[in-house]
Design a protein around this ligand. Structure first.
Ligand SMILES: *Cc1c(COP(=O)(O)O)cnc(C)c1O
Length: 434
């Protein structure tokens, strides 16, 4: 007898309701409806036998299907631009633009004349408008590709003069000096690890000089007895200065005073600026090239440019990002610590109501490998026991935090506000919590 609704067998979700679930429906497209149905039936059986709760049927069916990648994850690390998590999250405007561009588009056609047009002109025009100091702009696949194109077109069989303090490893074992030399350019190293002077550069110039390269050390800092030569001084040497600013900040950001931006660097006299589009600009993975019109035209017409050409989806996302600068990256960077604290306290209270104890603790968020080394953004985090880390990472959605001194810290700075409920549910699903 008893309450019918309390009988778990009665509460097992129906097959048609499960098949209408967005994630199972998406799986049906990739692995086939029959396979999804079979997984659903097996999960329902397990619930009827009492092995899993009725609420867990959907996840059990999903878990039995081949995992699709990439999977959307919640970035609670407090690292705004996490290269392993895909760096910048695209804005809703960029996502919509990508969706609209998936079919046939006018990416390289002028609909008024019916003739070929400049590929990706919306994105290029938006970039040029955002940085009026650039005579011309070009977009390639990523920051490394921008450097390769510059080195190939402007310094093949010539020398690139660069400070020993700026021979950077960007990550995963990739090093800028190797990348530059792979183009056939020769590096002419000047100065020392900690100090380079304008005289060092001047002494290295000669008939074989292609350009002087200035690289922003975007993932490390050298402090103490140091000196580096700013672009403004390098620009007096009478050879083109190419500046790899790294992060793709187009104009200064008061929050990150030490981070170079494209407009200021061009005004300081750089002939060419290279940068990544998926760091502080908050757009899709791209390499941005901005500078003197004749140089940019040489890059654009170089045969290699065709091999570094960007996809129509990327161009659509970049144009939309430039048209709506309130990107998730910007929102996360400029999040108010007081508001973050209140949000984290609400999450803690909601968890407590379900019997899950957590603390709200001060934390330091960072920009990430994408820029601003040494800058700590005051933040707050939800602290849970360390053993939550694994189950949360393997959960649905996967939640990534930071383990520090035996505690898992979840920083909401980079978690979209509308995902707080999903985060709370993910924490409550951790087995054996408490
Ligand atoms: C990130 C970075 C690069 C590499 O850019 P990708 O877009 O990752 O290819 C090169 N130089 C600097 C200074 C960077 O910060």
């Amino acid at each position: 007898m008893g309450d019918v609704a309390a009988d778990p067998r009665r509460r097992v979700p129906r097959t048609d309701a499960l098949l209408a679930d967005p994630r199972l429906a998406a799986a049906a497209v990739t692995v086939g409806r029959e396979r999804v149905k079979a997984a659903v039936h097996r999960a329902q059986e397990r619930a009827r036998r009492g092995e899993i709760t009725p609420e867990a049927v959907r996840d059990a069916a999903l878990a039995a299907l081949p995992a699709s990648t990439p999977r959307a994850v919640l970035n609670a690390t407090g690292v705004v631009l996490h290269t392993n998590l895909g760096r910048a999250a695209l804005s809703p405007a960029a996502v919509a633009a990508v969706a609209a561009a998936t079919g046939h588009t006018d990416v390289e056609l002028d609909l008024r004349t019916g003739r070929r047009a400049r590929r990706g002109r919306d994105a290029l025009d938006a970039l040029a408008a955002a940085v009026p100091d650039a005579g011309a702009v070009h977009v390639v696949n990523n920051g490394a590709a921008a450097l390769v194109l510059a080195a190939t077109a402007l310094a093949a069989d010539a020398e690139i003069v660069v400070s020993r303090g700026e021979l950077v490893e960007i990550g995963d074992g990739f090093r800028l000096p190797d990348l530059l030399e792979s183009t056939g350019a020769r590096l002419r190293e000047v100065g020392t690890t900690n100090r380079s002077t304008l005289d060092d550069y001047a002494a290295a110039l000669g008939p074989r000089t292609g350009f002087v390269l200035k690289v922003h050390p975007s993932n490390f800092q050298v402090t103490g007895f140091t000196s580096a030569v700013p672009v403004r001084a390098l620009a007096t040497l009478g050879v083109p200065v190419v500046a790899d600013i790294g992060s793709g900040l187009l104009a200064p950001d008061a929050l990150l005073p030490a981070e170079p931006d494209a407009a200021s660097t061009l005004r300081a006299g750089a002939a060419l600026v290279t940068a990544s589009g998926d760091k502080l600009l908050g757009g899709p993975q791209t390499g941005l090239l901005l500078g003197a019109a004749d140089l940019v035209e040489r890059l654009r017409r170089h045969p290699l440019a065709r091999a570094l050409r960007v996809d129509k989806l990327t161009l659509a996302a970049l144009a939309a990002t430039l048209g709506d600068p309130t990107t998730p990256t910007r929102t996360a960077l400029h999040a108010d610590p007081g508001a973050l604290r209140e949000r984290t306290e609400r999450l803690r209270d909601a968890l407590a109501a379900d019997g899950c104890e957590a603390q709200v603790v001060p934390a330091g968020a960072v920009v990430g490998g994408g820029g601003a080394p040494g800058v700590e953004l005051p933040s707050w985090a939800l602290a849970l026991p360390e053993h939550y880390a694994g189950p949360l990472r393997l959960g649905d959605p996967p939640v990534l935090g930071r383990v520090i001194r035996g505690r898992l810290l979840l920083d909401l700075r980079c978690v979209p506000v509308d995902a707080d409920a999903a985060l709370r549910a993910a924490v409550l699903r951790v087995p054996g919590r408490g």
